[in-house]
Design a protein around this ligand. Structure first.
Ligand SMILES: [Zn+2]
Ligand SMILES: [Zn+2]
Length: 366
């Protein structure tokens, strides 16, 4: 049996779709049949060529990291998920989208998302199915995986192992507490999930910024108390002033950068009240710089970076979805579906940089 794998062979060129023999899982491994894979902001960075300073592996880079699938085959010795629930062929699975080495000092202390040996999956190297823009995904032995609760529909599972895990970890690293004010820069997939999770964690006011009206409206449906359209508030000064007004002169306790623009760090620090925390998540492209005035940090303002999540967060996220599935319109998050074969049509449509798009989250379906 063969399956398709999407790879980026050269920046700025269309992705290529290659076919490989589907591997039989080795003992301890699991093969998933992908059911959907999200187009995340970081995938758009690769497609756009923003990461031109990051060298591609020799045969290209396998694309896609977030997504969900069903068990296609279990390797010898695998009969349960990571929480000892029995699993069998056809069961729906959410797996950790971080593939660390489990060997370095950071992995050993549990920070697998900061693994020093993590790299981009090379195309054409066994077991081939190492990204989610594929018919299958190979989970190596001991890789964390979780059975999906029956109450959850397929369509709300795609973003769990990227957007939702990432923003939840960011809020936890900021130490968000009951009654605090949260500002979210960017109402894409990350921002919408951050809104819902911040409210669930006890935030009093969530204020979200974006230029796309449809995204801001969706954020309101997910619990945002205030929206700031940056087309209207089109300078940093007016946006900062607006945040201080909307927080009754207290400023934000947490600001999350989910867009990937360095200058939002400087802007976000000015939105924070003393003691508040700026969480950097969106700036995944190296080489962008911003200058800040360090004296602004003296009264307890913090800057923390956050990337992905620890795998033990995933069951918590699934429980969050079960708890909120009838309260929040998760079914609206995925606005567009494209067949995997149309990956090169899907990306230009999902592009939001410097333009309007009606897409909130697009997924590829094998
Ligand atoms: Zn992602
Ligand atoms: Zn490691």
């Amino acid at each position: 049996m063969k399956g398709r794998v999407v790879a980026c062979k050269e920046y700025g060129k269309p992705f290529e779709i290659d076919e490989y023999e589907v591997p039989t899982p080795e003992p301890g491994a699991v093969l998933l049949r992908m059911t959907q894979a999200g187009i995340c902001g970081s995938d758009l960075h690769v497609w756009r060529g923003d990461q031109v300073n990051v060298q591609l592996p020799p045969g290209g880079r396998v694309m896609g990291h977030e997504g969900t699938g069903v068990v296609e085959a279990l390797g010898e010795g695998v009969s349960t998920d990571s929480l000892s629930q029995p699993i069998k062929e056809g069961d729906r699975i959410v797996y950790a989208a971080v593939f660390p080495c489990y060997h370095c000092h950071l992995c050993l202390r549990g920070d697998t998302n900061w693994c020093v040996n993590r790299g981009y999956a090379p195309a054409g190297v066994w077991p081939y199915f190492t990204g989610t823009y594929s018919d299958f995904l190979y989970l190596p032995p001991r890789h964390p995986l979780f059975l999906v609760p029956g109450e959850l529909s397929d369509d709300i599972l795609g973003p769990v192992n990227c957007a939702m895990g990432t923003v939840t970890t960011g809020l936890m690293r900021a130490g968000l507490r009951e009654g605090q004010n949260v500002v979210i820069q960017g109402a894409g997939g990350l921002g919408i999930h951050a809104t819902a999770m911040a409210k669930d964690m006890g935030a009093d006011r969530v204020i979200i910024l974006d230029r796309l009206t449809n995204r801001l409206e969706l954020a309101e449906e997910f619990g945002a108390d205030h929206t700031i359209n940056i087309e209207e508030f089109n300078t940093a000064e007016t946006r900062v002033q607006r945040v201080w007004e909307l927080t009754d002169g207290r400023g934000a306790d947490v600001v999350m950068e989910l867009v990937g623009r360095a200058e939002l760090l400087a802007e976000g620090i000015d939105m924070l009240g003393n003691g508040g925390t700026f969480v950097e998540i969106g700036d995944i492209v190296a080489g962008r710089e911003v200058s800040i005035d360090p004296s602004k940090l003296l009264r307890g303002k913090n800057i923390v970076g956050s990337l992905m999540y620890r795998p033990d967060l995933l069951p918590t996220l699934l429980n969050f979805l079960v708890k909120n599935r009838n309260k929040l319109p998760f079914d609206k998050l995925i606005s567009h579906k494209f067949p995997l074969a149309e990956v090169n049509e899907a990306f230009p449509q999902a592009e939001w940089s410097q333009r309007q798009t009606e897409i909130t989250r697009a997924v590829l379906v094998p």
